[in-house]
Write a protein that binds this ligand. Structure first.
Ligand code: ZN
Length: 88
């Protein structure tokens, strides 16, 4: 799990996601399934009680607090959806 503070944090993971091009499946708003080397990982994007944006992924890297490309891929979808919700 990591706290999202800015987009620059995601740069490396986004670059990797562009190379790997994982499949991102929408489960519900804030919950996505992203394909990885060992099947699908679940990525959860949410705001915690203090208003921090937190991102959880079920892969090994994220367990150690790394920003993984699954999270970056899910976030790009999540941010687009969140924007659409705000303007709706
Ligand atoms: Zn991951």
């Amino acid at each position: 799990m990591f706290v999202l503070k800015g987009i620059e944090q995601l740069e490396k993971a986004i670059a990797k996601a562009k190379k790997v091009r994982p499949r991102v499946e929408f489960d519900r708003f804030g919950r996505y399934r992203v394909s990885g080397s060992k099947g699908y990982y679940t990525v959860i994007c949410r705001k915690d009680e203090r208003g921090y944006k937190t991102v959880d992924c079920t892969c090994k890297g994220a367990e150690r607090g790394l920003v993984c490309y699954h999270a970056a891929s899910a976030l790009s979808l999540h941010i687009g959806l969140a924007r659409r919700q705000q303007t709706a």
